[in-house]
Ligand binder design. Sequence first.
Ligand SMILES: Nc1ncnc2c1ncn2[C@@H]1O[C@H](COP(=O)(O)OP(=O)(O)OP(=O)(O)O)[C@@H](O)[C@H]1O
Ligand SMILES: [Mg+2]
Length: 508
Amino acid sequence: MTDAPRLEFRHIGKTFPGVRALGDVGFAVRAGSVHGLLGENGAGKSTMMKILGGEYIPDEGEVAIDGQVRHFRKAADAIDAGVAVIHQELQYVPELSVMENLLLGRLPTRFGLVDRHRALAWTRERLDALGVDLDPRAKLKQLSIGQRQMVEIVKAILRDAKILALDEPTSSLSHRETDVLFRLVRDLRTQGKAMIYISHRLDEIFELCDAATIFRDGRKVADFDALEGVTRDALVQRMVGREISDIFGYQPRDHGEVRLSVKNVTGRAAPLPVSFEVRAGEIVGFFGLVGAGRSETMRVIYGADRRTAGEVRVDGQSIKASHIRDAIRHGLVFCPEDRKEDGIIGVRSVSENINISARRNHLTAGLFVNDRNEARTADHYIERLRIRTPHRRQEIRLLSGGNQQKAVLSRWLAEKDLRVLIVDEPTRGIDVGAKNEIYNVLYELAARGVAVVMISSELPEVLGVSDRVVTMCRGRITAQFDRASANEQNVLAAALPESAGSTPIRNA
Ligand SMILES: Nc1ncnc2c1ncn2[C@@H]1O[C@H](COP(=O)(O)OP(=O)(O)OP(=O)(O)O)[C@@H](O)[C@H]1O
Ligand SMILES: [Mg+2]
């Protein structure tokens, strides 16, 4: 019995209406190891984690811990068995504080009342010991997604879970938060925990994982006992079932007149004046660390946040300040980073989500929505970006995380009369194959004369896709590089605050 793996999935099957999410899938995770779980969007990774966490009951198969079969009927069963799953979509109570969250069910009491002082001291001590920088009194709703994720991770550690699964934990973490997370994961490995780590960032898999399993269309296609000697291309090939020799596939294009001109723009969340221009057909990558002010600046340009000074012009025409509709009227469109929170209309279909902003283009005589056009647009993007859905009428909330992202992103890509497109982290949470397609859509738009601004925190992506790279740091533009002169060193150096010159950064 001592040789049994800490955790084993055996012949797991799970079917949803119209979707076989998992079919006869098994793999094992050793104690004291980090096991990578890879696969395209919709491959079944999160479904497996929900089975492990007791959220879903499998149709077939079983989960064994230390060789003993366990049947989880609800989340509490998994917790009792020492399992902690940090899900891709976090559920949280917005009004609770960090402290209340961490202490849930064990608040120290004195005379029957919660002793806030002691609780606060206890929480501070624990967070300090773990090297996690969080204010115990902050309410969850005040935290970034990354910070909320940290709270979940700390909660699992405090509960002393022996099995810990992290479903795309870094997709919204800053570089610093990622460093903290990696350190925690390595410590936990030393303590003998068994961990599952899901990420679309292959560099993280190589950096962190001891072994890996690849899912494809709900089946297991590969197991790796060790990752030494395994190449990135080999993993990609197994994941997508075809070879992608050059994920960026960049082609040079001619650039036309200046389409977007931004002069000395400031806003409440972006107080320092920013100026830049983008030409027709040009893709300009904005690189910076999370918090460098890129999204804030773009939101002011688009009108989502108040503009306090400066001028934005599209094809020479001035856009009214803080006026999204005027921006859209001039063909300036912004696809926000937080597509799930900002963008998704949960109960509506995939097709409606793709067509929602493009809808005004389908108005016939200003009155009727042309269903056939909608269907065509939806099907086009479902195929193009490989959105895994049984049909275009499926409710979007039932899609996997990455497939929801693709559907919402299509909405902006499908917009007609587009002149300037600003996309914020367009490939976050998206698998390698679909990334490649998203780049191709951006190239196509540029070839049609659209001026494209792409915010990205993935340095290889910025270098691979952009005609020109602009770096931002602490709210200002710090440098610009044309494609030929941009490289990892100079772009990174220009994006880092001087005092943090040694901050390690990941390669995607
Ligand atoms: N509750 C549900 N109802 C219907 N279909 C579902 C449900 N949950 C998952 N699915 C489907 O099961 C398949 C697997 O989804 P899953 O979330 O496990 O993918 P994933 O590998 O985690 O993908 P991603 O990388 O995008 O997060 C998808 O086709 C998804 O649409
Ligand atoms: Mg998932």
